[in-house]
Design a protein around this ligand. Structure first.
Ligand code: IVH
Length: 666
């Protein structure tokens, strides 16, 4: 057997085993055998790049190359469906169709999957493109990410598929995967995904397809489009597509009467709780494509289909107590602690109560039986109280706390804001930890090896009380801590030491002065030689700087009016941080792009997008998101989106390549 033949055989076998495992749930070989074959193929492909194939099973592993998404115009616009919430409206839809068609018709009933929609294009049996819905007209090309989804075939089975077609469906994150992902995020103190839909669409837009591959997304396809489809029936087309290797819901059903439609709706209203993925309704579609055509579309949606949305689920449970969480900014969130109750596939023990006004509005008492709803969000909320259930023994009325549960400071409420705040910015533990986490983050001091969990441990053990304490740590201090060891300890200390080289502008950003983000920090670094000059600047001096208004200036003044902050800066200075601008830093600044608004678009080879943004700002220009008549020029890499290109031509805006740009600022 030649190498090429072996590669082809491995590819064919791996595609088949992938389908058996992920779509049919009936693997024929062990995971180990599968992995061994995949590894053999990967090795062969590496040794023989001449046999590279965009649809090889190895493409499912993803790559950690960063890229920006190109916008693609949909061949057929991706419309949405009209929504209904009541059985009466379903009857109206049915009657409308009946009247308009004036002949027998079938309705295909389907589950409405609650994920993110995708359009897949296949040519000659191969997946060539996967595009998100976007605005319905244009979407993002997310092909590389979609290729990592195991239930989407890269190469079709058999040979009776049209040469060219699109198939649309929903990309989903199964409940189990979603909950696991959020557990991991919670452990790392990262913000959680609100629901599987957001998790799926967020994952699909990740730059790194290797991470996408690890997120175990799934996909159901529900709409076949093209000029030469196999059947007139939508249902029949989907069944045929199942034979080509697509995952088609087995819960799709053809019905012949309104009664059957209602039977389907009522059955799935409760049964959907046992599904592995989120659904938010039922979709009804006229089955015959000929009849679909005759019914046509309104401006926004087809007349031949409608979505029936399920009522938000609600559960009744007991309120045991109310606790209060302090966020990084000091904002206080009241949390209802409940008797555990099953709701939309998860067990709910806590729900947000938002703020004091909501608690007052509900007239909440401890021991109350309360209604919990999920709405569109995974963080449930209390929507009502069953006052009849109170009986004689009414519990204590819930009163919003007056002092911070973490540090005891008296809470404040700013005018016009619903939230209460703990004003003790400098000594309240969650606020301090939040500041340190910001300080070490990638765009600030970028300290390798340190994350929120380690910060928490160091803080709890009293090893650090603020950012300056980091620079006093030694490997000795930390090497015996849980899950640490000598090597990690040394790495952390190395990372901290290396951060002393971080330039002035990023140190300024790392300080976490309110409203001083990355861009403002750069402006400040350009205008002041060192931190002392900034410390001594007055309102007039500050507001004279481009893009610094009164709000930012006031915030800087408030920051330096605190002796604690001034002392912290002294200690950071003695630790050796760059609290001054180096001569060479200044060399990076020019006015070559002064007054210019520049749009960045496409994929670049010499620098990342972030680096180009930085270069623009350092040369006095402004990086803006969208093209308008005010745009000076577009810095374009490869694959600039067609819509941007069209707009640029229309407005007569110059397009400059990466190399031209670098020459311009050199
Ligand atoms: S059909 C022209 N079928 O719901 C009709 N959509 O508002 C094309 N969805 O954007 C859509 N399950 O993301 C269809 N079985 C299903 C669906 C479904 C979920 C989503 C889809 C679409 C939205 C419609």
């Amino acid at each position: 057997m030649t190498i090429k033949e072996r590669i082809d055989q491995l590819r064919t076998d791996l595609h088949r085993h992938n389908y058996n495992y992920y779509v049919l749930n009936t693997p024929e070989i062990s995971d180990k055998e599968f992995d061994d074959m995949m590894r053999e193929l990967q090795d062969l492909e590496k040794e023989h790049p001449e046999y590279q194939d965009e649809n090889s099973p190895t493409m499912r592993v993803g790559s950690d190359l960063n890229k920006n998404f190109t916008q693609v115009t949909h061949k057929y616009p991706m419309l949405s469906l009209g929504n209904t919430y009541s059985e009466n409206e379903v009857t109206d839809f049915y009657d409308r169709v009946k009247k308009a068609l004036n002949e027998d018709f079938e309705i295909c009933c389907e589950l409405k999957y609650d994920g993110t929609s995708i359009s897949l294009t296949y040519e000659n049996g191969k997946l060539v493109r996967a595009v998100t819905r976007g605005d319905g007209e244009k979407g993002d090309d997310v092909t590389d990410n979609v290729k990592t989804i195991r239930t989407i075939p890269l190469v079709l089975h058999g040979n009776n598929y049209p040469e060219h077609f699109e198939i649309r469906g929903e990309i989903l994150m199964p409940w189990e995967v979603f909950e696991e992902l959020n557990r991991e995020k919670e452990a790392r103190e990262e913000p959680l995904f609100a629901n599987p839909r957001n998790a799926a669409s967020g994952t699909l837009k990740l730059q790194n397809s290797a991470i996408v591959a690890s997120r175990k997304l799934d996909a159901y396809l529900y709409y076949l489009l093209g000029e030469e489809l196999p059947c007139d029936g939508h249902y029949e087309n989907l069944q045929t597509a199942a034979g080509w290797g697509f995952k088609i819901s087995e819960h799709t059903k053809k019905t012949h009467s309104l009664e059957e439609v209602f039977e389907y709706i009522r059955y799935w209203d409760t049964e959907r709780k046992n599904l592995p993925v989120a659904t938010d309704g039922i979709v009804l579609k006229v089955n015959s494509m000929r009849q679909q055509k005759s019914l046509g579309f309104t401006a926004k949606s087809p007349r031949w289909a409608i979505a029936y949305k399920f009522q938000a689920e609600r559960a009744l449970t007991r309120l045991n107590r109310v606790t209060y969480q302090v966020g990084r900014t000091g904002a206080i969130t009241p949390v209802a602690n409940l008797d555990p109750v099953q709701l939309s596939g998860t067990i709910v023990k806590r729900a947000s109560l938002h703020n004091a006004d909501i608690i007052e509005g509900l007239d909440l008492h401890i021991g109350d039986m309360v209604y919990v709803e999920k709405g569109g969000e995974i963080i449930p909320k209390i929507t009502g109280v069953d006052k009849d259930a109170r009986g004689m023994l009414i519990g204590e009325k819930v009163k919003f706390i007056t002092h911070c549960p973490e540090c005891g400071s008296k809470l404040v409420r700013y005018e016009g804001e619903a939230a209460h705040y703990c004003p003790n910015e400098t000594a309240c533990p969650p606020q301090i930890k939040g500041k340190i986490e910001h300080f070490i983050s990638r765009k600030a001091m970028n300290i390798d090896g340190l994350g929120p969990e380690t910060v928490d441990t160091f803080y709890r053990l009293g090893l650090i009380k603020d950012t300056a304490d980091l620079y006093q740590l030694t490997a000795e201090d930390i090497k015996n801590l849980d899950r640490m060891g000598e090597k990690s300890a040394e790495n952390i200390i190395k990372g901290i030491k290396a951060s002393k080289e971080v330039p002035f502008e990023r140190v300024l950003f790392a300080l976490g002065i309110r409203f001083v983000g990355e861009t403002v920090a750069k402006k400040i670094a350009k205008s002041f030689n060192n931190i002392e000059e900034l410390e001594n600047a007055d309102l007039e001096k500050l507001t004279s700087i481009d893009e610094i208004g009164e709000k930012i200036a006031q915030s800087i003044l408030i920051y330096f009016s605190s002796p604690l902050n001034v002392n912290l800066i002294e200690r950071l200075k003695s630790a050796g941080l760059q609290l001054y601008r180096k001569e060479e830093d200044l060399n990076e600044y020019t006015d070559k792009l002064a007054g210019q608004s520049i749009v960045i678009s496409g994929v670049f080879t010499h620098h990342s997008r972030d680096e180009y943004k930085d270069l623009i700002e350092k040369n006095g220009g402004k990086n803006v998101g969208s093209i308008s008549t005010k745009t000076s020029f577009i810095l374009a890499g490869e694959n600039m989106g067609p819509s941007k290109l069209e707009k640029a031509h229309k407005l007569g805006i110059k397009i400059i390549s990466e190399d031209e740009f670098l020459t311009l600022i050199s």
